[in-house]
Design a protein around this ligand. Structure first.
Ligand code: HEC
Length: 244
């Protein structure tokens, strides 16, 4: 993971600001305490809860009175209560760790990274689902695929694997012509699916189940059937029985 100049600059700026704020508040707090100067005994008699909340006993209110009034309303000089200051310091410390964790050391946990991880997980789940779906196709239940997407995919599978023996247009070569009505092993979608899956090894037709998954076999079978009646030039003579 690389950082851009701006990122490093921004993170450093945030850190520096945090540190400066922390120092300034601590200094201010100390200075204020000196200014207010509670009598020592009074400080000692406070319970921890009174110290934590920073509330002054009512009898001391007179000492806290500020020397001005606004329309007859007088103001007490109550410093920010300690519990609030503790909370504030905590947020600064939290901010430093948060910034370091998410922006300096573990950038992959940022939203974009989390998104990528989740997409990868979903992709895996989708693949598993597709596999399950693919395995549910077999030679007994296979149907003719008519989707343009399936046929395009079938056409690609055909050009990569079958052209060498059946010709680029299905006209035949080493293997039989696939565009006529004559079939040695049957011309229905289920017949083609079976022939392509298990092959005719003794005659030189490979069993494709090892390299193609059931969906791909369905797609290429369906594609082959779209070649019916195209009558390509150089078509091989019919073999097998005519499908009526
Ligand atoms: C190595 C050459 C070769 C390759 C590659 C090949 N085939 Fe064949 N194929 C043959 C031969 C030879 C036969 C005839 C088998 C027989 O005579 O029983 C055949 C038969 C067939 C049949 C049955 C034809 C019929 O008349 O019943 C189909 C369908 C078929 N192939 C489809 C395909 C598909 C789809 C591919 C690509 C995935 C493919 N073949 C790849 C050689 C090949």
């Amino acid at each position: 993971m690389t950082f851009s100049f701006i990122e490093i600059w921004l993170v450093s700026l945030i850190f520096l600001t945090g540190v400066v704020i922390l120092i300034v508040t601590l200094q201010l707090n100390a200075a204020l305490k000196k200014l207010v100067q509670l009598p020592q005994e009074a400080e000692d008699t406070l319970t921890w809860w009174q110290k934590f909340t920073g509330l002054k006993p009512l009898e001391e209110e007179r000492n806290l009175m500020m020397e001005h009034t606004y329309d007859g309303i007088e103001e007490l000089d109550n410093p920010t209560p300690p519990w609030f200051m503790y909370l504030f310091y905590l947020t600064i410390i939290f901010g430093i760790f948060y910034g370091a964790y998410y922006h300096v050391y573990a950038t992959e946990n940022l939203q974009a990274g989390e998104y990528k991880t989740e997409v990868a997980v979903a992709e895996k789940a989708r693949e598993a689902y597709m596999k399950q779906f693919a395995n549910s196709i077999n030679e007994d239940n296979v149907t003719l695929a008519t989707d343009a997407k399936d046929l395009t995919s079938g056409s690609t599978i055909y050009s990569t694997n079958c052209v060498a023996c059946h010709g680029d247009k299905g006209q035949g070569g080493v293997g039989p012509n696939l565009t006529d009505k004559f079939w040695i092993h049957g011309g229905g979608i289920k017949d083609l699916y079976r022939t392509i899956t298990h092959g005719i090894p003794e005659k030189g037709m490979i069993a494709w189940e090892k390299s193609l998954n059931p969906i791909q076999i369905q797609q290429v079978s369906s594609y082959v059937l779209t070649l019916q009646g195209t009558n390509p030039p150089g078509a091989k003579e019919p073999q097998g029985e005519e499908l009526k």
